[in-house]
Design a binder for this molecule. Sequence first.
Ligand code: BGC
Length: 811
Amino acid sequence: MATAWTWSYEGYEPSKERLREALCTLGNGYFATRGAASETRAGGPHYPGTYVAGCYNRLTSAVQDRQVENEDMVNLPDWLPLRYRIRPAGAPPGPWLSPDHPYLVDHRQSLDLRGGTLTRRSVYEDGAGRRLTVEQERLVHMGDPHLAALHTVFTADGWAGEVEVESAIDGDVRNAGVARYRDLADRHLTGWETGTEPGSTVLLRCRTVESDITVALAARVVVASGPGAGGEAAAGRNHRVTPRQTPRSVQQNLVLPLDRPDAGAAVDKTVALYTSRDPAIGSPRQAAVSAVRRAPAYPGLLASHRRAWADLWQQVRLEVPGEPGRILRLHLFHVLQTLSPHTAELDVGVPARGLHGEAYRGHVFWDELFVLPFLNLHLPEISRGLLDYRYRRLPAACRAARGAGRAGAMYPWQSADEGREETQELHLNPRSGRWLPDRSRLQHHVGSAVAYNVWQYCQATGDTEYLYSKGAEMILQIARFWADSATWDDGLRRYRIRGVVGPDEYHDAYPDAMTAGLDDNTYTNVTAAWVLTRAGELCRDLPDIRCRQLLDRIGLDPAEPARWDDISRRLYVPYHRGVISQFAGYGDLAELDWDGYRKRYGDIRRLDRIMEAEDDTVNRYQASKQADVLMLGYLFSPQELATLFRRLGHELDDDTWRTTVDYYVARTSHGSTLSSLVHAWVLARVHREDAWAHCEEALTGDVADIQDGTTEEGIHLGAMAGTLDFVQRGMTGLETREDALWLSPATLPQLSKFRVRLRFRRHWDVDLRIGAERLRIAVPDDGPPGVRVVLGGHTHVIAPGTARWLDLPEG
Ligand code: BGC
């Protein structure tokens, strides 16, 4: 039965299996494994996949007579395989069983979010009425990020005999999880070596073809003495485990007696996974073998795994009643499985699709914009680690800017290991079968997202050390890029940034233009103005000596910040018919027959593909994939946005903003899961009654897989984390600035009561409860100072060890 902490699926449905695999992925921020059944191999409804964060490899493929290079997060050897068959006394062995076998009579799987385990119960019955019940529990260890385990219990019903078990580590794997990539090279592994070790242990080692990362997995397979049994070693002596090696895989076979009808037999498979990217090891092989040998028996492993999860849940508490709360908990579970405290120790960014599948090749986009603000107030060390990923790639971003003839840092739209641009050159439209140029790399606004995240992290944590060191360097270099990208237009008497693509990726050129890109994308310009303003402030705030050092180090003319100030006030923001234009000329594009398209196609989220397949292009129409101008309402509070516009010489009154919101709501197809989230966020303050529909769509995006079946290729991490932040910051209006928590709640009826516990500065458990008319804030007794809270224009200081009820302001 489903509860607030479980996520269950009754019955086996092959057509939904890949989706369930993605949603039942287990991970620990270092690696993750899809929830594929251990009896199956890749193909048909199954796609087992194991991914280590940051483990990429580059391959070249021939596409349409061109050589194109793609870098992928590598699908690593599959550690899951474990299949079985029954050997009834006096009869020949039965067939190898799996959920696809007709003998399956019952199947149920359940994800325990609290303890981080996946349990499957399958019942098989053969033609002679012999029943075998198999209960399997799986974990990917949250405490020791290199370990994983399968605990499998067999029970015979109506027969006696043996069960034969075959376990393997399969290195013969490819990156074949996304059908659209099927024409591209997919063999990322080479140099397989297998071996056996004392103590029922086998080993497989291989390396990635180009990035030359060595990967080693060791598995120990032993017999435990039944359900709940703890004594694997003793039982193990009685059952020989026979290893077998093939060039790319290694197997272990064993036979267990099932001679008493009511007693079960159990097998435990413990796996260790290391790569040559890991610190503090001799070699991956030696590390994997000794880790698996050292690992305690399954009950001990399970206990320490659960403890690690309990610790983590303690640090990230968001309590929302009802079904939304249940989905949010699942979202939080997957966020923490992708980005855990272990991630903070690695050199990795935020993979857009989690470690849950191969869509977008495990690349890092601007999606961290939807993830870090949430983490900042719970596990800021993870945010800092993720910002460090960007900092280490600052030199690459500066090289990219230089290559484009600009100063400063041009962060790539898609980033992977080196930090160079990894956006594919061509992408396939599965509707038309045509390969098309991919111009999304012109989304230079990703740089503003990096700067925004640095700023937000520092505001939330008060980490001035970071702001004044790595943070300042990133912000200044990004500002420099924007300043150098802006060109003065004498006619407009404004600065312009031309030839870019905004968050709405549908528009990548003007109709019939020979060149790619658009001019004066409002989102790009306003966020650039924000970065330039912040960079100027930073130069003023930095201690003199640090400022001189920094300017000297990055070769920045001390007169440059004055120019930034000028540009930040005079960047062009186009308008048409009283609304803010998405880019210059947007208002001149044709109107789309939305009803007609909806009638003809039903789901028109991927309007770009539909139109291209009709030999038309969405570039000709006022039709956006996702929030673009409206993203500004996501990043900035109404007051901050009005201030930014005022600085740019425009009065952004409520009416103009409301008309702008209405205009784009009517012209957006929501071809990205990020879109409904942002619309919910913005509408919650503009048209409260319309917000919930978008929120619901954001909540169900992955669990109901509403984006064209894409969840099976990986979860949408930005949207998952974004829904958490929708409650945490969207509903509360929470901002962290000037050393205070600023609150301006605007809750929806469906989300009007919730509780969130935050880490703010030195207080690790600030308890914020929101109700329909009042909020309560409690500060733990961790010593002074208290927490300053600003609500409805009044400042309250909540002393340590006290709690306060505050009335929500009218309206
Ligand atoms: C969206 C981007 C997003 C990317 C990765 C695309 O569909 O348009 O905004 O960064 O997915 O999640």
